[in-house]
Design a protein around this ligand. Structure first.
Ligand code: IMP
Length: 190
């Protein structure tokens, strides 16, 4: 089965492709969709749907899209749906992490979770899948693998950050891995 994964993030595409060996994953670049799809919703569910619908409507293809947020309890769930732009439109992963570490300076409650929502458009219907990974925000960056907030996120029950795990190890317990596992289970019932 051939499905478009609506992302421009090559790291994410690789992570997900490794979890979906039986599906021919097509990237946005492969369908010549080079535009940035505006994420204008205020929820992860809304943004995932916007991205999947954009591709399905414009290219008439089955497609799934994901949206992820890092929800920090001491910050009332921020940065959440705004995780990518936490340090501003010109920000990057380093600036986002620095801003978060500063916001939590002196804070003992460091519990947080990554939450991923996948919206799948398949033959005219939409399905959504959620994956959650509980953990905590470290006091400093640790590790150099992965992307985004990986160096400062330690999943519950582990002693290392996401950035110290292999892609395979992370995929087994991560928010995205869990959401993709639900997507796979669903696709396998078809
Ligand atoms: P996206 O919706 O997957 O693009 O995620 C939004 C933002 O959340 C990204 O720009 C990253 O900063 C962060 N993020 C998403 N997934 C991960 C992850 O697995 N590790 C670390 N940061 C992530």
């Amino acid at each position: 089965m051939k499905i478009v994964f609506a992302t421009h993030n090559i790291n994410k595409a690789k992570e997900v492709a490794a979890l979906l060996p039986n599906i021919e994953l097509v990237t946005l670049e492969e369908i010549a969709c080079f535009e940035e799809i505006a994420e204008t919703a205020t929820t992860l569910e809304g943004n995932a749907a916007i991205k999947a619908n954009y591709v399905t409507e414009k290219y008439k293809l089955n497609c799934f899209a994901d949206d992820t947020g890092l929800e920090v309890d001491a910050l009332n769930g921020s940065p959440g749906v705004y995780s990518a732009r936490y340090a501003g439109e010109d920000g990057d992963a380093e600036k986002n992490m620095d801003k978060l570490l500063n916001a939590l300076r002196g804070q003992e409650n460091r519990s947080a979770r990554f939450r991923t929502v996948i919206a799948l458009n398949l033959d005219g219907k939409q399905f959504q899948f959620e994956g959650v990974c509980e953990g905590e925000i470290l006091k400093e960056k640790s590790g150099s693998k992965g992307f985004g907030y990986d160096p400062i996120f330690k999943p519950k029950g582990y002693t290392t950050s996401f950035a110290e795990m292999s892609m395979h190890e992370k995929g087994k317990i991560s928010h995205r891995g869990l959401a993709v596992a639900k997507l796979i289970a669903f696709l396998n019932t078809l």
